[in-house]
Design a protein around this ligand. Structure first.
Ligand SMILES: Nc1nc2c(c(=O)[nH]1)N=C([C@H](O)[C@@H](O)CO)CN2
Length: 121
């Protein structure tokens, strides 16, 4: 299965960073996410119960990231990936966390991680 449900450009406000001043302030992270999912099954039934609900995923991520107390985007990305795979039964995902402006105006920095197995059958 190679179908993908995606979320792009999700703004997540949180405290994150290695510097003391970063721990005092909330800033936006931008999340992009690709999740393997059997889209054909949902398409056949036209029922949200058979779909990977991107609204529910976005809501859960917003809640988890808001309460983040980690310093590194790596740690937060790993936590989000593990949680999504566990709670939503996602077999494979690619998750990108962008911390815009962290090293200069108009500069994007962050991480992209892939976890799980992306089956091609
Ligand atoms: N690989 C990383 N490098 C850096 C991170 C990070 O989370 N992962 N964080 C910082 C600072 O918090 C920066 O975003 C603000 O000065 C620096 N490098």
């Amino acid at each position: 299965m190679t179908d993908i449900v995606f979320i792009r450009g999700l703004r997540l406000d949180t405290r994150i960073g290695i510097h003391d001043w970063e721990k005092q302030t909330t800033r936006p992270l931008i999340l992009d996410l690709e999740m393997a999912s059997d889209v054909a099954r949902a398409a056949a039934s036209d029922r949200i119960a058979d779909a990977l609900d991107y609204e529910a995923v976005a809501r859960r991520l917003t809640e988890v990231v808001r309460h983040n107390r980690h310093e590194l985007v790596e740690t937060l990305a790993e936590q989000c990936a593990a949680l999504l795979m566990r709670e939503f039964g996602i077999p494979w995902l690619r998750l990108s966390l962008n911390k815009p402006g962290a090293v200069g105006e108009g500069v994007d920095v962050g991480v992209v991680i892939e976890r799980g197995v992306r089956s091609s059958t």
